[in-house]
Design a protein around this ligand. Structure first.
Ligand code: FA5
Length: 337
């Protein structure tokens, strides 16, 4: 009878095809309510002499059956492992699939080149929000209340619920100059900051896009002069386009700078405007509680697309936004990361 139970256990264990099955079968024999526990309990009703003999037998049997389950478990584990090895085998002789390496967009490359030159001259990089209020985008920058740039035709105003703190609708910033205001509100001079980012205007043709990128730069300190502006911007343009590029400063007008200038660079036997600049207007400093009798500064804003078009010789600004890899691949700049 004892032999029979061991044979039954052996048979049942060998039938179990998974570790789960095996666990169930095992508890039928060895569990708390299993056959062997039952047998051990029954010993209680035997005579002491008999109990001793039977007890030894049941214990031996229990050991043997435990061993059966341990062996079967090892066997199952090994076969499952074998199965996994077969299923998950990788063919190392198979040729790898080609994953094209990514590359920076030419506009990003251009931004990094410009920032690199300015960072080497001590400018810190900072960013501002693309959704602005009229105060930071216009008023604090000394735009008069009726300035045409504020009109719906030129500026994208946002509908509810994007109201500024005065209840006026927010807008998509039309230039990066509001970063000047935010930085000066935030901290006292000296400030030497460069701020790249997206800007938005209702404007679209081969050289104008409704979304484009600008890089703002400004330096406010006690002794910043127009001479610093000229020197730094000349260095910037030569740093990006090469030493031999002719650079010209031409008087211009911006509400937030006085005097103001536009910078042209030599291009195809003529001149091409690449950025606006000037000495920060005293009213702008006053708007952020900086005393214009103590501090002065200069600021400039350049169009990234314009720089990129010149650098790569691209005739149509819209090519930058079409994500055509045949175009983008031609402009890869392996040195810029
Ligand atoms: C400004 O936006 C001034 N904030 C620049 C400035 C900053 C002046 C600080 C003085 C001090 P302007 O509107 O000219 O200026 O734009 C600057 C540059 O952005 C232009 O020279 C041009 O390169 C580029 N730009 C303007 N509009 C577009 C457009 N729709 N698409 C692409 N580039 C544009």
């Amino acid at each position: 009878m004892a032999e029979e139970l061991t044979l039954q256990a052996e048979h049942a264990a060998s039938e179990a095809e998974s570790l789960d099955d095996l666990r169930q079968v095992r508890s039928r024999f060895l569990g708390k309510k299993g056959v062997l526990s039952q047998r051990l309990k029954e010993l209680g009703s035997l005579e002491p002499e008999q109990r001793k003999i039977q007890g030894q037998l049941v214990h031996q049997q229990k050991k043997a059956i435990e061993q059966i389950f341990i062996s079967r478990e090892d066997e199952l584990k090994l076969s499952l492992y074998q199965k996994r090895l077969d299923q998950e085998r990788i063919d190392v002789t198979l040729k790898g699939r080609y994953i094209a390496p990514g590359a920076l967009h030419p506009l990003e490359t251009t931004v990094r080149i410009v920032l690199g030159v300015l960072q080497r001259m001590g400018f810190e990089v900072e960013e501002g929000p693309e959704v602005e209020d009229a105060f930071h985008n216009f008023d604090a920058l000394n735009f008069p209340p009726d300035h045409p740039a504020k009109e719906m035709q030129d500026t994208f105003f946002l509908a509810e619920p994007f109201k500024d703190k005065f209840g006026a609708p927010s807008l998509l910033r039309t230039h990066t100059s509001p970063v000047q205001i935010r930085a000066m509100e935030d901290r006292d001079p000296p400030l030497k900051i460069v701020a790249p980012g997206k800007v938005y205007r209702c404007d679209a043709d081969v050289t104008h896009s409704p979304m484009f990128h600008q890089i703002e730069g400004f330096w406010v300190d006690k002794h910043v002069t127009f001479r610093d502006l000229k020197g730094i911007l000349t260095e910037l343009i030569k740093g990006v386009f090469g030493e031999s590029i002719p650079v010209r400063f031409r008087p211009s007008f911006f509400p937030f700078t006085e005097p103001s200038a536009e910078v042209d660079m030599g291009w195809q036997n003529g001149w091409l405007e690449v950025l606006g600049c000037g000495m920060i207007h005293p009213n702008v400093l006053r708007a952020v509680d900086i005393d214009p009798n103590v501090y002065q500064g200069f600021a400039f804003g350049l169009g990234v697309e314009r720089f990129a078009m010149l650098r790569y010789g691209i005739p149509d600004i819209r090519l930058f936004y079409e994500s055509d890899v045949r175009f983008l691949r031609q402009l890869q700049d392996p040195l810029i990361r």
